[in-house]
Structures are given as structure tokens and as C-alpha cells.
Design a protein around this ligand. Structure first.
Ligand SMILES: NC(=O)c1ccc[n+]([C@@H]2O[C@H](COP(=O)([O-])OP(=O)(O)OC[C@H]3O[C@@H](n4cnc5c(N)ncnc54)[C@H](OP(=O)(O)O)[C@@H]3O)[C@@H](O)[C@H]2O)c1
Length: 259
């Protein structure tokens, strides 16, 4: 029987690396993508697990990058799409470089939706497929000192439920993985190491990925990983946005900027 085939974005590190590992452990061939050459090292790791791997180095913030990834699937039917690539950007919005803000939105939102549309159409035609989108519990709260990022995740969390409803009865499922703070390169890259959340104890990316993978395989709508995050998201549901925005300040305000 032909092996199943998964596309995993942001598979060079963190949650995406662990998601790709879950796929390799299940015996799926892989097409993995990230923006930097270390995607090739990840590919070696997964090949050593006995699956076929195509590694693509592309900027998923661009249409060309997403097109290059899509082309790299070589027309092979994609059984699983794990749209995970994304990054943060800490600090006060008015002090951020707008090119970096735009790159965040282009990666987390525009590139992600474009890829999902391309591969999702093929899945719908074949009436078969599973899509996992890495959203975040950050999408439940205004992200003071991480404003654009939380907004991007609010969009993804909402989008995932809407697309899932649109695809009801088509044989294609959509699952939203909503982690809380997880021990990856995320906070260093977002320049958030000098914050309470950046310095706090975080979840294990392997645990987060396994829960997301299991939820995708079971066709579930969403999974908030870890009981503390389940509690945080339940509280966020009943707390006024202005209060949440102040709570987020205490977590994400750079220590040097404290009033
Ligand atoms: N860590 C957390 O606390 C946390 C919590 C909730 C949700 N999330 C979400 O989880 C996802 C994975 O993040 P992570 O925590 O695992 O961080 P990470 O270790 O920094 O991994 C991010 C991955 O995305 C890739 N990526 C970022 N921008 C890209 C672009 N423009 N084009 C191609 N690839 C790109 C990176 O590749 P390169 O290195 O090649 O750029 C890397 O493989 C993100 O969507 C993030 O928003 C993270």
C-alpha cells in the first residue's frame, strides 16, 4: 500500500519539528518546509526514521514561497497538511519595524491561508484529508506588547472553526492546535526573552505536538494543550477584553520598559 503523505510547515524546529516527527513515527512520507537551511538537518532526522522526505527552503510569507512548497509536493495527493509555520514579534507596536510586522502577518496569516486554500481544494476534490492549523491560546486575548501576533492567532483560531464548518461532510477535517507558552525558539526570535512569559517555565513541544497530532488524527475541532492552558482559555472566555489586555501586559511587557 502506498505510504500516506504529510506536508508540515515550520518543521525545522520547535512544535513543527515535533509534529513532523509524529508523522514520521506514523510512517507518513513528508514534505517539510522552513525558511532557513536547517530544514535539511531536520530532513535527515526524519529520513533516519525510515520515511521519504522532501525538504523545501522557502519564505512562506511570500506567494512565491508557498507556490514553491506546493510545487515540491510533485502533484502527490496530500493526506495531511500541518500548517504550523509562524513567528512572534514582541515590544510596543508603535516602536516595531513595520516590515517585521508585515512579515509576521504575511507568514502567520496570508501565507498560511494561501497554502491551506491550495492544498484544501485538492483534498476537497478527493473528498479526503486532514488539516491541522497551529493557532494559539494567544488568540483568546489582546496581546499587549505582542499586539499583531495575538491578532494573527485570533484570526487563525476563528478561521479554523469556520473552515471546518464549511468542509463538514466533505471528508476533509480541520483541527486547530492551540498551545500556550511552549519551550521553543519562539521567544528568542520574537525578542521576548526579557519578559515574564519569556522567562517562565513552558510546555514541552513534544507533548504539545503529540496532542495536536492525536486531535488531527481523530478529526477533532480543536485542542488546547495542557490543563493550565485549558484553565487560562476558560478564564479568557469570561473576562472583559480590557482586563485581559492588562493581564497580558504583565506577561509580555519588556522588563526595561516597566512603568
Ligand atoms: N512557542 C510557543 O509558546 C507557541 C505557543 C502557541 C503557538 N505557537 C505557534 O507554534 C508555531 C511554531 O512555533 P514554535 O514555537 O515551534 O517556534 P520555532 O521553534 O521558532 O519554529 C517556527 C518554525 O516556523 C518556521 N517559519 C517561521 N517563519 C517562516 C517563514 N516566513 N517561512 C517559512 N518558515 C517559517 C521556522 O523556520 P525558520 O527557522 O527556517 O525560519 C521554524 O521552523 C507558530 O505558528 C507559533 O505561532 C507557539
Amino acid at each position: 500500500m502506498a505510504k500516506q503523505f504529510a506536508v508540515v510547515t515550520g518543521a525545522s524546529s520547535g512544535i513543527g519539528y515535533e509534529l513532523a516527527k509524529c508523522c514520521a513515527r506514523a510512517g507518513f512520507d513528508l514534505c517539510i518546509a522552513a525558511d532557513e537551511p536547517r530544514i535539511d538537518r531536520a530532513a535527515e532526522d526524519f529520513r533516519a526514521m525510515g520515511v521519504g522526505v522532501v525538504a523545501v527552503e522557502c519564505d512562506l510569507a511570500t506567494k512565491e514561497g508557498v507556490d514553491a512548497l506546493y510545487t515540491s509536493t510533485g502533484g502527490r495527493a496530500v493526506d495531511y497538511l500541518l500548517a504550523n509555520a509562524g513567528h512572534g514579534l514582541g515590544g510596543a507596536f508603535l516602536d516595531q519595524d513595520f516590515d517585521e510586522v508585515r512579515h509576521l502577518i504575511d507568514t502567520n496569516v496570508t501565507g498560511t491561508l494561501y497554502l491551506i486554500q491550495k492544498i484544501g481544494r485538492d483534498m476537497r476534490d478527493r473528498r479526503k484529508g486532514r488539516i491541522l492549523i497551529t493557532g494559539s491560546i494567544a488568540g483568546f486575548m489582546p496581546g499587549t506588547y505582542q499586539a499583531a501576533y495575538n491578532g494573527s492567532k485570533a484570526l487563525l483560531d476563528s478561521f479554523a472553526f469556520a473552515l471546518r464548518a464549511e468542509l463538514k461532510d466533505t471528508g476533509v477535517t480541520v483541527t486547530c492546535l492551540m498551545p500556550g507558552a511552549t519551550e521553543t525558539d519562539f521567544f528568542a526570535r520574537a525578542d521576548m526573552e526579557d519578559t515574564r512569559i519569556g522567562q517562565s517555565k513552558k510546555d514541552d513541544p513534544a507533548m504539545v505536538a503529540q496532542q495536536g497530532f492525536d486531535a488531527m488524527m481523530n478529526g477533532e475541532g480543536d485542542v488546547v494543550t495542557g490543563w493550565m492552558n485549558k484553565l487560562r482559555s476558560a478564564i479568557a472566555n469570561v473576562t472583559p477584553a480590557a482586563v485581559l489586555a492588562e493581564m497580558h501586559r504583565s506577561q509580555a511587557e519588556p522588563r526595561g520598559a516597566k512603568r
